[in-house]
Write a protein that binds this ligand. Structure first.
Ligand SMILES: [Zn+2]
Length: 292
């Protein structure tokens, strides 16, 4: 029996000034004032994946790209595609799905999909919501806009922005859920402590930067044992210690955003190396394996 498990690395391609945390200090109207750093940071991630591919095994990941970034940097989208990774959508303007009227959200979902398809010349089937803010009604709209899967459910309920989903009526295969004939959900992975009936955020982002690698790896191994798959997320700005600082944001926001930026690239490299016996595949490939 093949005992290889699946690791799904996912990257939300947005720049440091587009995060929800800093919205009150950097409104959408000022985005064009900032010099883009996302291209260089994404290239650094692509290079890291290539290095890992050459020494371990082939690393295929999914990049959920913000439409606003894709419009400015179509060559970056093509680069991601040409280096063998899946191109998917992170929406157009990084507005939270649960804070938009449905007609605006529909436009955002459709326009970001179409833009990426026009650039790549290939279908774009995956979506990741900003701040993981989804619910069952929003998922239905994502499906109606032509996506085949969503990867926005984060079950860590203590975070104030994450949405909630009822997946009880869906068919579960390993870490993915079939919600309808042609629509799937791949939640990011968290660590359930069965003995204490609680859940810890273990899917990446700031938690990956916070938790020591040995402990993080142990948690991922528990998740892999239970689910045979682990879904991780991060952003290109998380490997960029030289990004400009938002001094007037509250201390907790700054802690969350700036923690360990210097060491994260190296940590990611070591993390991938620790799981080199497993397969690193994109979200769409994973769904294909599970359901087709
Ligand atoms: Zn985002």
């Amino acid at each position: 029996m093949n005992n290889k498990k699946s690791i799904l690395l996912t990257i939300d391609v947005e720049d440091w000034f587009q995060v929800e945390n800093f919205k009150p200090w950097i409104p959408f109207s000022s985005w064009t004032d900032y010099k883009l750093r996302v291209e260089k940071n994404t290239h650094n991630l692509l290079n890291l994946f290539d290095t890992c591919s050459s020494t371990h095994n082939s690393i295929q990941t999914t990049f959920f790209i913000l439409g606003w970034v894709a419009k400015k940097l179509p060559q970056l989208v093509l680069e991601i595609q040409s280096r063998g990774h899946e191109v998917a959508s992170h929406g157009y303007y990084h507005n939270r799905c649960d804070q938009q009227i449905f007609s605006d959200l529909k436009k955002d979902l459709e326009n970001s999909k179409k833009l990426l398809e026009d650039i790549t010349g290939s279908p774009v089937i995956g979506y990741r919501a900003p701040s993981f803010a989804v619910n069952n009604d929003i998922l239905k709209l994502i499906e109606d806009c032509g996506y085949l899967y969503d990867s926005s459910y984060n079950s860590f309920s203590l975070h104030d922005r994450y949405g909630s989903l009822d997946l009880s009526k869906s068919i579960k295969k390993q870490a993915a859920y079939r919600l309808s004939e042609k629509f799937y959900e791949i939640p990011v992975s968290n660590l359930k402590l069965k003995t204490r009936n609680m859940e810890l955020p273990w899917s990446g982002g700031g938690y990956f930067r916070l938790i020591p690698l040995g402990l993080f790896t142990a948690g991922v191994n528990i998740i892999l044992k239970r689910n045979n798959a682990y879904i991780f997320y991060m952003h290109p700005w998380e490997i960029d210690p030289d990004q400009p600082k938002v001094d007037n944001a509250p201390a907790f926001f700054k802690f969350r955003h700036y923690l360990n930026l210097k060491s994260t690239k190296k940590k990611l490299f070591k993390f991938i190396k620790k799981f080199k016996q497993h397969k690193f595949i994109s979200c769409s490939e994973y769904i294909n394996h599970q359901f087709h």
